[in-house]
Structures are given as structure tokens and as C-alpha cells.
Design a protein around this ligand. Structure first.
Ligand SMILES: [Zn+2]
Length: 214
């Protein structure tokens, strides 16, 4: 049997929540559609471009944006497929949200999500992966912001279409791409504006997990 979409449209969900979101402490700019939890913004392509937009234009914009219709109380716990139980969020938030019978827990979680904080955590994780210790973070940031590095990485960066659900649906530069190239640039001795020593590449070691048990 072909898949039948039984969820209300994004416009119906938006219509139900638009005047109720502020009561939850959630403030969304109608003209700049973004995730209602982390505020991830898909870029200006979905924004209303002019101030005199009609209500219909705003609604069309909300229907087009690749936000997902997420249950506040999951279906498996009896949550209905109706606008009061649905929330518009990015894929990452959809996967990370609490699934409980208590809507207040969902709203408490949604209120404090932040896509920029998550992105910072991913950049920090990428730094640790390339042995950049906290005392070297400032130096690495200087490299990343320098025009010489920006010129050097031209043609070396690959865009990636996310394979996991923990990412928005768009091609992106992963934090590990920029951090990895900045570390390589530093190790090659090209970061002349930095006086500190580049993070060393650790020697490959056999992990405890990979050691065969005897
Ligand atoms: Zn989100």
C-alpha cells in the first residue's frame, strides 16, 4: 500500500502554534522560518524577502521549509496526530527530543536548545580529534580566521551531504574539515603568525578494544 501522510500540514501546525509559542517562552520570527527548538535557520532562501509579504506568502514559506512535524507526546504513548501535539523542528532536534507522556518536559527541553551551542560543541570535539588541547584553541582560531589560511584551503575542502539524522538536510562543510585543514596548515609550518607549537599527531596505538584477548 502506498505511504499515506496522515499528519496535518506544516501550515496547520504553524497556524495552531503561532500565537501560543510566546506563552511557552519560544520566540520565532515568522519571516525567518527556523527550528522551533534550536532555532536552526536553513539560510535566507526560505526567508520572506520583503516587509509587505501577504499572509499567504508567509504560510507558503512555512510549508516549504524542510522542518519536520514532530510529536510532542509520541504516538507510541497515545499522542494524537493533531496540531496541538505537533511541533516543527529540524531533524537533529527531532532525534534528540524527549519522548514522554508529559508535554511540559518537551517544552522545557525545547526552550533551551541552541543550534549555535551544538555547533560549538562539534567544533570542540573536532579539535580534540586532532589533538588540539584547550590551550591551543585560541591559536587555532587565529589560523582559521587568517586570510592566508583561507586562501590556502581553496580547492581542499569537500562538501558533504549528511548521512546521519543528526544534521540538517543540506550540503555542509563539517567542523572536522576546517579544523583538520587548520591543524595540517599549522603542522606544515605555514602558520607564521602563531608562535606556539602545532598539535602533534599521536602515534597509532592498538586500542585496548582491538587487542585480542588471550
Ligand atoms: Zn533544531
Amino acid at each position: 500500500m502506498p505511504y499515506k501522510d496522515i499528519l496535518p500540514s506544516k501550515v496547520e501546525i504553524f497556524g495552531y502554534w503561532k500565537d501560543r509559542l510566546p506563552d511557552l517562552g519560544i520566540f520565532v520570527d515568522w519571516g525567518e522560518p527556523s527550528c522551533w527548538a534550536c532555532r536552526f535557520h536553513y539560510g535566507t532562501r526560505y526567508d520572506i524577502k520583503h516587509s509587505g509579504a501577504s499572509w499567504l506568502e508567509i504560510l507558503e514559506c512555512w510549508e516549504r521549509i524542510p522542518l519536520q512535524r514532530c510529536h510532542i507526546v509520541p504516538r507510541s504513548l497515545g499522542g494524537p496526530d493533531a496540531p496541538p501535539n505537533l511541533f516543527l523542528m529540524c531533524r537533529e532536534c527531532h532525534d534528540l527530543a524527549p519522548n514522554t507522556p508529559t508535554p511540559d518536559l518537551f517544552f522545557e527541553w525545547a526552550r533551551v536548545q541552541s543550534s549555535s551551542r551544538r555547533e560549538s560543541a562539534k567544533i570542540q570535539e573536532a579539535m580534540r580529534s586532532f589533538s588540539v588541547t584547550p590551550d591551543k584553541e585560541d591559536d587555532l582560531s587565529k589560523i582559521i580566521c587568517s586570510p592566508a589560511f583561507t586562501a590556502w584551503i581553496g580547492g581542499k575542502v569537500g562538501l558533504h551531504r549528511p548521512q546521519s539524522n543528526y544534521a540538517p538536510v543540506s550540503y555542509r562543510l563539517t567542523p572536522a574539515t576546517i579544523v583538520g585543514l587548520a591543524v595540517q596548515y599549522w603542522r606544515l609550518g605555514l602558520a607564521t603568525e602563531i608562535s606556539g607549537e602545532a598539535p602533534r599527531r599521536p602515534a597509532p596505538t592498538r586500542s585496548a578494544r582491538a587487542t585480542p584477548s588471550t
